[in-house]
Design a protein around this ligand. Structure first.
Ligand SMILES: [Ca+2]
Ligand SMILES: [Ca+2]
Length: 291
């Protein structure tokens, strides 16, 4: 009889214990869920807050400054009749004058130094040469070349324009050259030295006078200057280059601390000629536009 009573009590107690366990477990689960919701909501608020606090602006440059002839041009054919090499350093209307000799030829060359300390060889994407000149007659084409350090001779093989026929005897002509692939042949990697040559093409009857207002070289580089006026460090993870024909995305990794400016050079990002828009996308998903 005693045994039966004990068994009943035990069953009753067992039922009670499992009820308690169920309640406790349920409570634990509820607490865990609520805690997670609170934590998630806090994290999301924090994320949104940081996202709203992000504020970037930026500009871009696609070229270095101009580099000019170091000293007086060497004259191989013809002569110098007025002005000096200093006149060819600024596009300002003051010029240096050269004249064809007998035979009617002109051939000069000058030494230019690219500043490779500021514009690292590995960051350069190409070279540009610009000549602003006036020829006294329009009877022949003129040629810009540069010394090819690999071939050990003057060449314009990789130039986009290999000769230029002047269009005016009273105004100025701009003879613009761009060297993309192969530019490395024309800039000495050890010191940035370039030799640029300018010459006529035929010994015709006219004794041509040539005025040079400007002759300069510069390198193509893509350099971004960021300004972080936000309250948080920004991490730019991609850049978009957009115009009517280009819509390119480049993966990058630029960190800009709050309240600071920072500049970054990209070898891979190619900026198109003319108008374009740039977008910087941050890790937080913000998009900042430059146009
Ligand atoms: Ca000539
Ligand atoms: Ca000038």
């Amino acid at each position: 009889m005693q045994t039966i009573t004990w068994l009943r009590r035990f069953k009753k107690n067992k039922h009670g214990v499992s009820t308690v366990i169920t309640v406790v477990l349920s409570l634990v689960i509820v607490v865990v869920i609520v805690a997670n919701i609170v934590l998630w909501s806090y994290t999301m608020n924090q994320y949104d807050l940081e996202r709203k606090q992000e504020s970037l602006s930026f500009t871009v440059t696609s070229h270095s400054e101009w580099f000019f002839v170091q000293s007086e041009y060497q004259i191989n054919l013809g002569s110098r009749t007025a002005g000096s090499y200093l006149d060819t350093r600024t596009d300002d209307g003051s010029f240096e004058t050269f004249r064809e000799g007998n035979p009617r030829r002109l051939d000069i060359n000058g030494t230019f130094i690219i500043d490779l300390t500021t514009f690292q060889f590995a960051h350069i994407q190409g070279v540009e040469i610009v000549l602003k000149f006036r020829a006294s007659d329009l009877g022949e084409a003129w040629v810009l070349k540069a010394y090819n350090w690999t071939a050990n001779s003057y060449s314009n093989n990789e130039f986009n324009v290999t000769s230029f026929t002047p269009t005016t005897t009273t105004g100025w002509d701009y003879y613009r050259v761009s060297i993309g692939d192969g530019w490395q042949d024309y800039v000495r990697s050890s010191d940035g030295k370039m030799f640029v040559q300018f010459h006529d093409t035929i010994a015709d009857s006219a004794q041509t006078t040539v005025r040079i207002d400007f002759l300069g070289v510069r390198v193509k580089v893509t350099n971004f200057s960021f300004k972080n006026s936000g309250a948080v460090t920004s991490h730019v993870v991609s850049m978009w280059v957009i115009n009517s024909t280009v819509h390119a995305r480049y993966a990058v990794s630029f960190y800009i601390n709050s309240g600071t400016n920072a500049s970054f050079t990209s070898v891979t990002i190619r900026l198109p000629d003319g108008q374009y828009m740039l977008k910087a996308v941050t890790e937080r998903g913000n998009i900042f536009v430059y146009s």
